[in-house]
Design a binder for this molecule. Structure first.
Ligand code: SF4
Length: 510
């Protein structure tokens, strides 16, 4: 069968879900072709820009250097100079932006929106399918996707939606396939589809367009659909053969790898993962290491992006005992193991280049109330040990939960100030309340975005610490006092943590 990953996602690495599906199907003798329409589609739009679209000097410059910009983004030397990097990224993004009708669409290297259709409204998604000719990717579907669908002997075409930014284009693609290939059957799955389907009020509005919707891991349901029922094998080594046909914007081959499903902690009260109650499952660490090594042997990555919600301590320990021919990075929790400097050095030797850490708050009371299971004394030691080991730290902070008030947010500011020497990157987020979380039950809530598929709510903060105040605090106090944008590393535009680890060898201090 043909599996398609539609735009828009960050075009720097292949999608993981379809690689696993491909492995599962091939293992059971089913022919499968994966097409990363995201990576190809974005470059298609970028390459569609001509002199007549270049009405300003910025666009003209970007157009003149288009090929060099793409080549530079694949060259590790660009990642030694963060300002040069940003100039290239913004120039390329400029070409993407002007490739569409800007009065209606906003497209970047990481987002997509349409001011006439909302991606959290099922009626709008169905309209996107009906009016697929209006979608900016319509010429791309005709030119690049048509030959693939025509060549596929299978009656099934799969569309994988992982991000909200893929939804409108994914449905336009579905509508286009439905109209042009009436004999094909459509199956849709992926993280976004799973989130929709895990809503208690989900009543499939897409049954007239999509033949089968799959919630959760797709391997087994897809095999059953294709006539291989009752398989017991649950783990596959991702098949990234398709990635060799695509032009990814990264200075090396990045391959995503997932060692576990769900989150081994699953207790943070603010977490959408918890609201979706995806059961946690993982294989034994040594089996996962074998799978990782087999994937590396087959596809020779320069970087492995561990895409677990949180890499388990057992797997980290197993990683620390090996020295891989690739670098790796991923999300971890502040576990006690990191308080041992030798453990952090061993991780570095194994190839660890950066760790993403969800600190959320620098106030112990907030951490306790949100059930984060994090002790700030462990955080302090972890950040210090990782810094000394040469591992970049990407720290995620979350403001405006119902567990926080302004004095607590100031504590976070003080905590970050005191530890700024050991923090490389920061991500500051304002809290969105997951619609079906247990916390939503005790709060006065309002719709955040209008749409039956919206996953978040606005709420009245019990202490008046609402979004407006939080945003103002972040801009006027937090960022100012910390010199965010000057003293910390600059978060790579559009690509963020997906490119951040490549800057571990900066030429210039920022
Ligand atoms: S550790 Fe992360 S993924 Fe796990 S429950 Fe907490 S916020 Fe969610």
């Amino acid at each position: 069968m043909l599996l398609i990953f539609p735009p828009v996602g960050k075009p720097c690495e292949p999608p993981a879900g379809v690689a696993l599906l491909s492995a599962a199907l091939k293992t059971h003798g089913i022919d499968c072709r994966v097409y990363d329409a995201n990576a190809d589609g974005l470059l298609y739009l970028i390459n569609s820009v001509t002199g007549k679209d270049a009405g300003d000097s910025w666009t003209q410059r970007a157009l003149k250097h288009r090929e060099n910009i793409i080549a530079d983004l694949k060259d590790p030397s660009l990642y030694k100079n963060v300002d040069r990097y940003h100039q290239r990224v913004y120039d390329l993004n400029r070409l993407l932006t002007v490739s569409v009708d800007q009065t209606r669409f906003r497209i970047t290297l990481s987002d997509y929106s349409d001011n006439q259709l909302s991606s959290v409204d099922s009626k709008a998604l169905l309209k996107s399918a009906d009016t697929h000719r209006e979608n900016p990717f319509y010429p791309f579907f005709e030119e690049r996707v048509r030959p693939l669908v025509s060549a596929s002997a299978s009656p099934w075409v799969g569309i994988s939606l992982c991000y909200l930014n893929q939804a409108l284009v994914g449905f336009a693609l579905a509508g286009w396939i439905r109209e042009n290939f009436p004999d094909k059957k459509l199956v849709m799955g992926g993280g976004l589809v799973s989130s929709w389907m895990s809503r208690p009020d989900f009543n499939n509005p897409f049954s007239g367009l999509i033949d089968v919707m799959i919630r959760g891991e797709g391997e087994q349901p897809l095999l059953e659909l294709l006539g291989v029922p009752g398989t017991t094998k649950k783990h596959y080594i991702p098949d990234y053969g398709f990635a060799a046909n695509h032009n990814y914007l990264a200075p090396g081959r990045i391959l995503p790898f997932r060692a576990s499903i769900g989150c081994y902690w699953s207790k943070c009260r603010f977490c959408p993962e918890k609201a979706e109650t995806r059961p946690y499952s993982a294989q034994r660490a040594h089996c996962v290491i074998n799978d990782l090594s087999a994937m590396a042997e087959a596809h020779r990555p320069d970087v492995v992006h561990l895409i677990d919600n949180a890499v388990t301590p057992a797997f980290l320990r197993a990683l620390s005992k090996r020295e891989f021919p690739f670098k790796w990075y991923g999300f971890v929790r502040f576990e006690k193991d990191f308080t041992d400097p030798e453990f952090c050095r061993a991780l570095k030797r194994s190839g660890c280049e950066m760790l993403k850490l969800g600190l959320e708050s620098g106030d112990q009371g907030v951490l306790d109330r949100m059930n984060k299971g994090t002790d700030l004394s462990v955080v302090s030691l972890t950040l210090k040990n990782l810094k000394e080991a040469g591992i970049l730290t990407f720290v995620y902070l979350l403001f405006g939960t119902s567990f926080e008030d302004k004095p607590a947010a100031r504590h976070t500011l003080d905590y970050v100030k005191a530890h700024q020497g050991n923090i490389d990157y920061m991500n500051l987020a304002v809290f969105n309340l997951p619609k079906f979380s247990e916390d939503a039950e005790g709060l006065a809530t309002r719709e955040f975005y209008h749409g039956d598929l919206s996953l978040y709510l606005n709420f009245d903060h019990p202490d008046g610490w609402d979004r407006r105040h939080v945003k103002s605090f972040l801009d006027k106090e937090f960022k100012k006092e910390l010199g965010v944008g000057s003293r910390f590393r600059k978060n790579p535009a559009f690509f963020s943590s997906n490119h951040a680890m490549f800057f571990n060898d900066l030429e210039t201090s920022q």
